[in-house]
Structure formats: C-alpha cells, structure tokens
Design a protein around this ligand. Structure first.
Ligand code: PRP
Ligand code: ZN
Ligand code: MG
Length: 224
C-alpha cells in the first residue's frame, strides 16, 4: 500500500514532538497540525506526516508502512531487539543523528542503598519499560535478575514494593530525585534519530528525501 506521497512518522505528544515539528518546519515543509488528526498533508510538498505514539514508530518503519521516522535510539534499539527475538522484520537505515532528545537509560536504586557495581543487582527485580535493553546489559555483566515490565510509573515501583530497582530514561534527574532514587548505572546514551525503511523508493521520493536531508544538514549546522 505505497502512496506517492512521502510518509514521515513523528511522535504525536511527548519529549520529541515539539523539536521534531520545528525541525521539519525549518526544513521548509509547511503543515498545520490541528485537532486530533493522525495524518497531516504538507501544503507545499508531497509529504504526509503521521502523528503516532513514539513506541509505534520503529515498527512502522521496520514493516515498511512509512518511509521516514524520527525516534529516540532507546525505543529503536528496544523494538529492534524484541523483533529480532521474535523473528519479525527489524531492518531500517539510520539516516542521521539529530541534535535533540538527549537522555540516558539508567538503572536506579534507592538513594540510601549502598551501591558498588552491577553485582549488587544479583537476584534483584528490576522494573522497566525496556526489558530487552536491560537483559542485554545484565547478560553482558553476567548478573541474573528478574524483570518487571511496566509501561508507566516505573519510578514508583520500588516504593510500591513491585521491584528492588528500576531502569528508566533520565534526562534532568528530577524524576529520580522526586522518588528517592539514585542513578546506579547508565546502560545507554540516546538521542533522536532520523530513520528510513529499507527497500525501493521511486525516483521522486528518493530525490525528495535527499532534498530534506540537505536542508536538515543546513538547519542543524546553523544551530551549532
Ligand atoms: C521519562 C522517564 C521519566 C522522565 C525522566 O518519561 O520515564 O519519567 O522522563 O526525566 P527527568 O530525568 O528529566 O525527570 P517521558 O517524559 O519519556 O514520558 P513517559 O514516561 O510517559 O514515557
Ligand atoms: Zn513511549
Ligand atoms: Mg516517565
């Protein structure tokens, strides 16, 4: 179900959405986001923006349903590992790293707890939205643990008695602080990236992508 218009998936609401919209606007794409619309047609180019949940963006690209997407590397890696384990399509091309969406995926423990290294996590239950990335890290460290999958409110899990530690995104550290937790290990440093589906693009789409990339290069350089 390929259309002639270039489809770009971006986060509807959240940490990447504002900067993502600004970036495409600065690249000269004119669009008007209004109401609860999922698909927004650009006014001056054959481009459709799809406003979706960030969690869905890697899969949309890997299934070849959209052409381009902007996503945090944390989410991208997690979905890639999950799909690879399930033998589902997990290929994509990283076109470029962007200059926003900085965060780190970290393991955090009770701030009053002594922490000397990964071995202290042995046998602990770790609450997270990123079970694959946590497992990869813990396997690398050779430390056994039990996962506890939570899609939200991860930071309250220790206090609620659901887990001993958490692994979640940290940017300012305010959320950890507010919940009496301290950062123990950084397991991934992440930024927003522009990704592309694999496979053929028609000549027109290909040159449109190249035009966007050239403009993006200029926009990002101008900010530096
Ligand atoms: C992440 C994470 C923390 C918060 C950390 O949530 O889950 O809640 O950011 O940021 P801080 O260190 O600046 O306090 P996000 O904003 O991605 O929303 P979500 O949890 O609803 O996905
Ligand atoms: Zn999300
Ligand atoms: Mg959160």
């Amino acid at each position: 179900m390929q259309t002639q218009r270039l489809r770009i998936a971006i986060q509807k609401k959240g940490r990447l959405s504002k900067e993502c919209q600004d970036l495409f606007k600065r690249c000269g794409i004119k669009f008007n986001l209004m109401g609860e619309r999922l698909v927004v047609h650009a006014e001056n180019m054959p481009i459709d923006l799809l406003l979706v949940r960030d969690d869905d963006i890697p899969g949309l690209i890997m299934d070849g349903v959209v052409d381009l997407g902007v996503i945090g590397e944390n989410e991208l890696e997690e979905v890639g590992l999950e799909r690879a384990a399930l033998n589902e399509p997990c290929e994509y091309t990283k076109l470029r790293r962007l200059d926003f969406g900085d965060c780190r995926l970290s393991i955090a423990v009770d701030k009053d707890e002594q922490y000397n290294g990964p071995q202290d996590l042995h046998g602990k239950r770790i609450a997270t939205t990123y079970p694959q990335l946590v497992k990869r890290y813990m396997d690398e460290q050779g430390v056994e643990f039990s996962p506890c999958m939570l899609n939200g409110s991860v930071e309250v899990a220790p206090r609620a008695g659901l887990a001993d530690a958490i692994c979640d995104l940290v940017s300012t550290g305010a959320t950890l602080e507010a919940n009496g937790l301290k950062e123990a290990e950084v397991i991934l440093r992440s930024k927003a990236v522009l990704i592309q589906r694999t496979g053929e693009f028609g000549k027109d789409k290909q040159s449109l992508i190249e035009r966007i990339l050239t403009r993006m290069q200029g926009v990002i350089q101008a900010k530096e």
